[in-house]
Design a protein around this ligand. Structure first.
Ligand code: F6P
Length: 322
């Protein structure tokens, strides 16, 4: 007799818009395929504490369009220790799970791989606004965060053009410049600073001055948090250019809000692919999106290198910014 599937789902690391849509998909796909679904609260911390609840179809009603993660998340230090990993395995067995879906970023994937090596059946779904997970074209939350940044940048631009000012806008992304690059391209930034490309304040100043010479009333500089900090850059730039420069740090507003349609669809597809993979006997795999199709690939491929910006997109953004 085939084993009765009992699939757990948890969200881990920074929340990202679309995580709820992924949870909903995991729960409903599991039930649709004759299995039982279990939500684990507060990420790996909830797994370690045995904080879980069985999910019905209705348990995930009304969450598709909500930001954050309704089952909570955490960055679990305990999962870095042998004791923590052993306890996680014990809890998995106590909960009677036959599989576990982990929605998170590369740190969450590392722990997932450790669990896989201890015999648990796991599947990763990339949920992070940073889009720094290797092996997938994009991650759940990236598109929504981009839209949030574009919206915020347009608002800043209103003030920048009214006052003929230069603004430096700092965006998240950890060590990855993808969010800044794509936001800068989509929002028409005059200059984009990313950790992948060395930059000098003198060049930023020259580009601002060039703009002024050709009659531009304002400048918007988007900086990835991994490339520098808005307040320091604004101060240095102001001194060099000879006019005041304002700084805006968008911070956690980039992580909140209703997921875009793209992220809802991506999350729904990835949740389904994770459940199908587990039910087909796969484990230790990550779900990715490649050329518009979902794929499964080994978890270590997702974190042993980073998804990073494409140089030709950066070059295009620089040409269009002139
Ligand atoms: O990984 C998502 C992210 O938002 C990064 O862009 C950022 O560096 C980090 O999380 C912030 O983490 P926290 O919310 O723990 O301050």
């Amino acid at each position: 007799m085939p084993e009765q599937a009992r699939i757990g789902v948890l969200t881990s690391g920074g929340d990202a818009p679309g995580m709820n849509a992924a949870i909903r998909s995991v729960v409903r796909m599991t039930i649709a395929n004759g299995g039982e679904a279990v939500a684990i609260y507060q990420g790996y911390e909830g797994l370690l504490d045995g904080a879980s609840r069985p999910m019905e179809l209705g348990s995930v009603g009304g969450v598709l369009d909500r930001g954050g993660t309704f089952i909570g998340t955490s960055r679990s230090e305990r999962m870095y220790s042998e004791e923590g990993l052993d306890l996680a395995r014990q809890r998995y067995e106590e909960m009677g799970l036959t599989g576990l879906v982990i929605i998170g970023g590369d740190g969450s994937y590392r722990a997932a791989q450790e669990l896989h090596e201890r015999g648990l059946r796991v599947m990763g779904i990339p949920g992070t606004i940073d889009n720094d997970v290797a092996g997938t074209d994009t991650t759940i939350g990236f598109d929504t965060a981009l839209n949030t940044i574009c919206d915020a940048t347009s608002k800043v631009r209103d003030t920048a053009s009214s006052h003929e000012r230069t603004f430096v806008i700092e965006v998240m992304g950890r060590a990855c410049g993808l969010l800044a690059l794509h936001a800068g391209l989509a929002a028409g930034a005059d200059c984009i600073l990313v950790p992948e490309v060395p930059w000098k304040i003198e060049d930023v100043c020259a580009s601002v001055k060039q703009g002024v010479e050709r009659g531009k009333k304002h400048s918007i500089i988007v900086v990835a948090e991994g490339a520098g900090h808005a307040f320091g850059i604004a101060e240095d730039l102001g001194t060099l250019c000879g006019h005041p420069v304002r700084a805006v740090v968008l911070g956690h507003i980039q992580r909140g809000g209703a997921p875009s349609a793209f992220d809802r669809i991506l999350a729904s597809r990835m949740g389904a692919a994770a459940v199908e993979g587990l039910m087909a006997g796969e484990s230790g795999m990550a779900v990715g999106l490649r050329n518009a199709d979902t794929v499964l690939y080994p978890l270590p491929e997702a974190y042993s290198s980073h998804h990073t910006m494409k140089r030709h997109i950066y070059d295009l953004a620089m040409v269009l910014a002139r």
